[in-house]
Design a protein around this ligand. Structure first.
Ligand SMILES: [Zn+2]
Ligand SMILES: [Zn+2]
Length: 373
């Protein structure tokens, strides 16, 4: 006997509700033999935003670094009294000065005593000093000095989680962020010539490796884990705040990429939309359109990120200006950091967060050649 229609609807309703309330199943972790992540290092162009013509390199406390410039080497170590090297671009050449000695060289490298990674400080005098762990290359390109740090993948991931992670986000949300950041490094190379990634939000925002704390913990707890789709790891995109549902790259005018992103509901942003408003000239607004990420990027690179924090907005003309009213922060694709933090606060683990924002993907474990992790 068939149940009355109303009862059938009630059963379906109950099943749907049960499905919605049931904890999401954890994503299966698969092994991925990677061939592309050579030795698990990434080459990051740092401090390029400053177009520097001068750098100072020094050893971090308790460390020694070796500067290799042409045939010359200099050891920098606080206890030896020779602490810093100054590097300048002068008339198309690189000049390295350490104490009274000066050497001309086309490029230079900075390593630890045995040629491997070191903890060092890189400064643009009078502007910024950052600490890095890795090896450093400095060379000239188009009149400016280019600094490239080759660092361990995990060091890069924890540096990004420290810089990009929402402050106060629970550990499980930061673990999801670490997996996304690692996937991006593993699969997203080729965005620059001369190095793999820059240190701005064009690629992933990166400052210093954390000494300890949640970013370091989230990274070590997910060591080697990446997002995979059809047995390939992919450059998992993430955004600070979506507008209640995430977008696909195609929806915002970007190429589709290897993983078919989905538009998923984001309860937190739906209930707590991050609203913004800005005002730009009609001339600047002429090239801007809602749901067009390339057009937004062109404008914000010229006028600053606060001009159009997301690509989801309305435009209203007022005299010779245009008022933009929008929702969200970032491109709106993939993992939503605000939504992930809210999911974690409600008890979701990082696998559940990742499976929500990257449907039909799995979590893979990068293995070093020979099967060692
Ligand atoms: Zn970049
Ligand atoms: Zn969201």
């Amino acid at each position: 006997m068939r149940p009355p229609i109303r009862l059938a609807i009630a059963i379906i309703g109950a099943l749907t509700l049960a499905h919605a309330l049931a904890p999401a199943r954890d994503v299966r972790i698969q092994d991925v033999q990677d061939h592309d992540v050579q030795n698990h290092v990434v080459r990051i162009g740092v401090l390029g935003l400053f177009h520097p013509s001068e750098f100072a390199v020094s050893a971090a406390d308790g460390n020694a670094v070796v500067v290799h410039a042409g045939q010359e080497t200099f050891v920098l170590e606080r206890s030896s009294g020779v602490r810093a090297a100054e590097i300048r671009a002068v008339a198309g050449a690189t000049v390295v000065r350490v104490g009274p000695r000066a050497v001309h060289a086309p490029a230079l490298t900075v390593t630890g005593r045995t040629g491997g990674p070191a903890d060092f400080l890189l400064a643009i005098p009078g502007k910024i000093t950052r600490r890095y762990r890795g090896t450093l290359e400095l060379k000239l390109a188009s009149g400016a000095l280019v600094a490239v740090v080759t660092m361990d993948l995990e060091t890069a991931v924890e540096s990004v989680v420290a810089a990009e992670g929402l402050s106060g986000a629970p550990l499980e949300a930061l673990k999801a962020q670490a997996v996304a950041a690692r996937s991006y490094f593993a699969a997203g190379k080729g965005r620059h010539s001369g190095f793999d990634f820059c240190d701005t939000t064009h690629c992933q925002f990166l400052r210093e490796p954390p000494v300890s704390g949640a970013a370091a913990e989230a990274t070590s707890a997910t060591r080697g884990l990446v997002m995979i789709s059809q047995s390939q790891f992919f450059a998992a995109m993430y955004t600070r705040s979506c507008s209640g549902r995430t977008r696909t790259p195609v929806e915002v005018g970007l190429p589709p990429g290897s993983y078919p992103y989905y538009s998923v509901d984001c309860k937190y942003c739906r209930e707590h939309p991050a609203r913004w408003e800005s005002r730009i000239s009609a001339r600047d607004a002429a090239t801007l359109r809602s749901s067009n990420e390339p057009a937004r990027l062109k404008i914000v690179r010229r006028l600053g990120w606060s001009t159009a924090p997301s690509n989801n907005f309305t435009m209203r003309k007022e005299d010779d200006q245009v008022i933009l009213k929008g929702i969200g922060q970032g491109h709106g694709i993939g993992l939503c950091q605000s939504g992930a933090a809210a999911m974690a606060k409600e008890g979701a683990n990082f696998q559940q967060i990742l499976s929500h924002y990257y449907p039909n993907a799995a979590i893979g474990s990068l293995k070093r050649a020979g099967g060692l992790r």
